[in-house]
Design a protein around this ligand. Structure first.
Ligand code: NDP
Length: 273
């Protein structure tokens, strides 16, 4: 059997790192990418090939794809995982910051996807796995820009799945709930800096407390839970279009699907306190 080549972005931490470990164990050729290359030394020791890539830097994205195409005839499975949650009141967030959130969580992965597609089309085979979030379906206050990127990613992925069907390339969406990674820290401090002392200060402090409670106390799920879902999507001949998992994922998606908007508003309101 020919080894499939996988590229995972955002593998210096959290879900990406856990996924790289699972896939290398299963015998895939695994390229990993992130800005902090040294944070992938452990993955290199396991047999992964770490590459430096800022997902907002076009030159670096092109270089990564070129390198994989030179040595391994292109990417068979692309896992678009790099991302972060930029929180704070919509009113307090500069449009420049909002654009950056979209650059990282949507446009960067879109550019990378454009670059791997020609080889996939040539081979008439491939998988694009996009790490969205339950935040691609549900929402919280102070998360307008993050949720906008993930809602956009959901629609973008659905369109792409239809567009690529004729080339035997599948597109799968992963929707994690609360997962114990660096995500909580990356989100909380900048949010407090942005909105902690504004008209939204009280709400920002409450959301920070709730976030810390779910990410730092033993409440959120381990990243391996999502790595296993990704493995399912990678290995399935006919994967589902969406896989959801981790703390809060199933109940919140259920309420969002079957309840009214106002009911969901009240559930989130109660969760934040
Ligand atoms: P982490 O913060 O632990 O990991 C994020 C990864 O993204 C890091 O490897 C980081 O690498 C990379 N990254 C961030 N910005 C850039 C950039 N500009 N260029 C390249 N890489 C970048 O968080 P998670 O593992 O939790 O996040 C992974 C994905 O899961 C994200 O898309 C997130 O939105 C999603 N998610 C997470 C949830 C959670 O509760 N943890 C819930 C729902 C979705 P580096 O800084 O080295 O570049």
């Amino acid at each position: 059997m020919i080894q499939k080549t996988v590229l995972i972005t955002g593998a210096s931490s959290g879900i990406g790192k856990a996924t790289a470990k699972v896939l290398i164990e299963c015998g895939y050729t695994v390229y990993t990418a992130a800005r902090r290359v040294k944070r992938m030394n452990d993955l290199q020791d396991l047999g992964c090939i770490p590459l430096k890539m800022d997902i907002t830097n076009d030159e670096q994205i092109v270089a990564v794809v070129n390198q994989i195409e030179t040595t391994h005839e292109g990417v068979d499975i692309l896992i678009n995982n790099a991302g972060f949650g930029m929180y704070g009141a919509m009113e307090d967030t500069t449009i420049e910051d909002a654009r950056y959130q979209f650059e990282v969580n949507l446009f960067g992965l879109a550019r990378l996807t454009q670059l791997v597609l020609p080889k996939m089309r040539e081979k008439k085979s491939g998988k694009i796995i996009n790490i969205s979030s339950i935040g691609g379906k549900v929402y919280t206050p102070l998360g307008s820009w993050y949720h906008a990127t993930k809602h956009a990613l959901e629609g973008w992925s659905d369109c792409l799945r239809l567009e690529l069907k004729a080339f035997n390339i599948d597109v799968v969406i992963i929707e994690p709930g609360a997962i114990k990674t660096e995500f909580g820290d990356v989100m909380t401090e900048p949010m407090l800096k942005r909105s902690g002392n504004t008209a939204y200060g009280e709400l920002a402090k409450k959301l920070a407390d709730v976030t810390r409670a779910s990410y730092e106390v033993d409440d959120a799920s381990e990243p391996e839970v999502i790595a296993d879902l990704i493995l399912k999507a990678v290995q399935a001949k006919k994967p589902k279009t969406r896989y959801a998992g981790g703390k809060f994922a199933k109940p919140l998606l259920f309420i969002r699907k079957w309840g009214s908007d106002r009911f969901f508003d009240s559930v989130i309101g109660k969760m934040i306190g």
